[in-house]
Structure formats: structure tokens, C-alpha cells
Ligand binder design. Sequence first.
Ligand SMILES: Nc1ncnc2c1ncn2[C@@H]1O[C@H](COP(=O)(O)OP(=O)(O)OP(=O)(O)O)[C@@H](O)[C@H]1O
Ligand SMILES: [Mg+2]
Length: 286
Amino acid sequence: MSAAPANANPPGAPQHAPQRTPVIEVRDLVKRFGKAVVHDHVNLDVYRGEVLSIVGGSGSGKTVLLRQIVGLERPTSGTIKVFGEDPARLRPAQLQALRSRWGLQFQRGALFSALSVIDNIALPLRELRALPDNLICQAALLKLQLVGLSARDADKMPSDLSGGMIKRVALARALSLEPELLFLDEPTAGLDPMASDDYVALIRELRRELGLTVVMITHDLDTLVALSDRVAVLADHKVIAAAPIPQVVKVDHPFIREYFLGERAQRALQALPRPGQPAAPPPGEA
Ligand SMILES: Nc1ncnc2c1ncn2[C@@H]1O[C@H](COP(=O)(O)OP(=O)(O)OP(=O)(O)O)[C@@H](O)[C@H]1O
Ligand SMILES: [Mg+2]
């Protein structure tokens, strides 16, 4: 089978497939650092309401792709549109308005170590300078509860938190501007299996409650299987497949064989629903 084009409507897509309105459109994207090519004519669509996961070997350009989508890095050529706008072409005020429509959880946690939990979460709202501080604190407290933490955690410092709590606070901060779109770079990396399952259950719930579109980079197969509607595979400087997992695993490519067809992968893939069967209960909800 050849690689599925990014915007193909996959045959046999489940009835509940999200409505296919593109939120992100990446076209013919080329990214080079000096002579080193990272992306060579990459195409990718992300549709409203879906969880699209990006996988690829270390150094394949997953984080660089994400940084270009959110306007932190400029493409060498090609175009990227998010909500119909190209972040690379916007003036700072316009980019700021566009940025408030998404939340970003970075690969390396990135809480400010000198700020308390509540001040970390409140930071994006404070930067907007649009609300009085008592309202900002109330909003930040609500976000803290949304991610399963309590007011008792508000004054803790990042150094007092477990790995799972750090991820949750980072998520609460990413949600502080009530985004429609959430970017997660390795959200479960470094978590033990139980904390990782809890985090996956949280994302699943938030996505349902808030109607979020999620773009997630992950190495973790259990997270991938539990959350993804579609998976985009970055290899050979391109997106070689973008489709639901059962279709991606049929694409004949060494990375896909190694990543999806090993023994560990096969165990993770057993969690996928088989035709005519309900999905296995999600982690944390069994
Ligand atoms: N600012 C930069 N200048 C030069 N090269 C860079 C820069 N940022 C990233 N790169 C290179 O681009 C390539 C892709 O990096 P990227 O961080 O996107 O990989 P990744 O797929 O996210 O890997 P990992 O799974 O390890 O996080 C790497 O070779 C990296 O060294
Ligand atoms: Mg990365």
C-alpha cells in the first residue's frame, strides 16, 4: 500500500469520525538549517475535533514542525495555515491574537521554577493584561481543578511537585486562555505507567468536555493508541502516512515496521477496537 495522502478521507473511517474542517494546513513545507534538510515538501492537514499524533524517529523533525506551526520558527519555503492564517506572515499583534487560540505544552515541562503553581498557570492571562488580578487568580484556580489538582496545590513550587503533577500544571497553563487547539510535545515522557494512564484519561476527558483539537507528538505507543484518531508519520524528511492506525501499519516502510510491528507494539495495538467490537476501556477508566 502506498502512503495515504494527508488529506485523504480514509475508507472505512468510523461513523463518529470528526467533521473534516481543516484547522491546520501544511503545504509543501521545506525546512533547512544551513545545509541540513529537516522537512522536504511536507504536507499535512489537521481537522477540527480530532487528535492527530505525530510520530517519527528522534531528530526526524517533529518538534521543528510543531515550532513552525505555532510561528516560533520560520519555514524555509511552503505555507502553513492555522485557522486560515499563516503565522509567519502576521504582524506581532495579529500573531498574539492567533496564539491565544491554542495552548502549548512543551517537550521539557517548562514551568518557571521561581513561580508557584498558580502563578505559572496565571502567566498567559497576566501577559494579556486584559483582566484584573483577582479574576485571573480565580480563572487559574479553575484550570488547576480542571486538570485534577486542588487549591491546596496552588502555592506549591515546581520543585515540590511529582512528575505527573508537573505535566498537569503545564497542561493547566496551556489551557489558561481557553484554547480551541492544544499542542502536546511528548506529554507522557518520563511518567511511570500509572501516571501516564491517568494523564491519557485526563486528555481524553478534556477533549470530550472542551471539544478540543489536539496535535500530539509522542514516542509512547500506549498513549498513541489510546488517544489518536489519526497518526502522521515523519520519515525521510516527509509525512509518509497520515491515517488511522490500522491503515498506517499497512504502509510498507522500515520505520513503520520497526515502530508498529515489534512485540511491544503488538501488545499496545491490541487495545484498538476490532471491527464489530467496542473499544477496550481507556486507561484509568477500566
Ligand atoms: N535551531 C536549530 N538549528 C539547527 N538545527 C536544528 C535546530 N532545531 C532543530 N534542529 C535539528 O533539526 C532536526 C530535527 O529536530 P527536532 O527537534 O524536530 O527532532 P524531533 O523529531 O523532535 O526529535 P526527538 O524525538 O528527539 O524530540 C535535528 O537534527 C535537530 O538537530
Ligand atoms: Mg522533539
